[in-house]
Design a protein around this ligand. Structure first.
Ligand code: HEC
Length: 129
């Protein structure tokens, strides 16, 4: 038991020295993280939240007919890796007044995996491509 605990400690210490973005984003892991978003979102249909198909390059708050908050509509954000990373880390702080009541994803690696999934899925078969 003691040896096992030590091995874990060594592995954690070694892991901590690896820069957060040393590895390429893991799309499969991103798909698993997306399950959290599916409480409110779907790729191809508007639900509680707007659809995510075609998200990259889209202006925030621009799906016709979806009832966005004024905060989102007026945010002047264009969705890409950088803006999504900032928004998903802390939605209410990034777009003050957003109706997306989700605390965010703290782990930068989880965000990177999720964003890679969003990019791929948003331009994939589920979105009619
Ligand atoms: C509790 C419900 C809920 C959850 C969970 C949720 N969202 Fe949202 N999301 C919303 C709502 C509502 C909006 C519209 C916000 C507004 O208009 O201010 C939104 C808006 C967005 C937008 C802006 C889209 C656009 O068309 O401009 C993005 C991007 C987004 N969500 C991504 C995510 C991701 C990724 C997750 C999972 C990590 C997630 N959301 C989890 C409810 C949710």
């Amino acid at each position: 038991m003691k040896a096992h605990g030590l091995a874990v400690a060594v592995a954690l210490a070694a892991g901590a020295t690896v820069p957060a973005f040393a590895a390429a984003p893991d799309v499969a892991r991103g798909e698993q993280i997306y399950v959290r978003c599916m409480a409110c979102h779907a790729l191809a249909t508007d639900r509680v939240g707007p659809r995510h198909c075609g998200l990259f390059g889209r202006r925030a708050g621009s799906i016709p007919g979806y009832p966005y908050s004024d905060a989102m509509k007026n945010s002047r954000i264009v969705w890409n890796e950088k803006t999504l990373d900032r928004f998903l880390a802390n939605p209410p702080a990034t777009v003050s007044g957003t109706t997306m009541t989700y605390a965010g994803i703290e782990d930068p690696r989880e965000r990177a995996d999720l964003i890679a999934y969003l990019r791929q899925a948003g331009e994939g078969p589920a979105c009619g491509h």
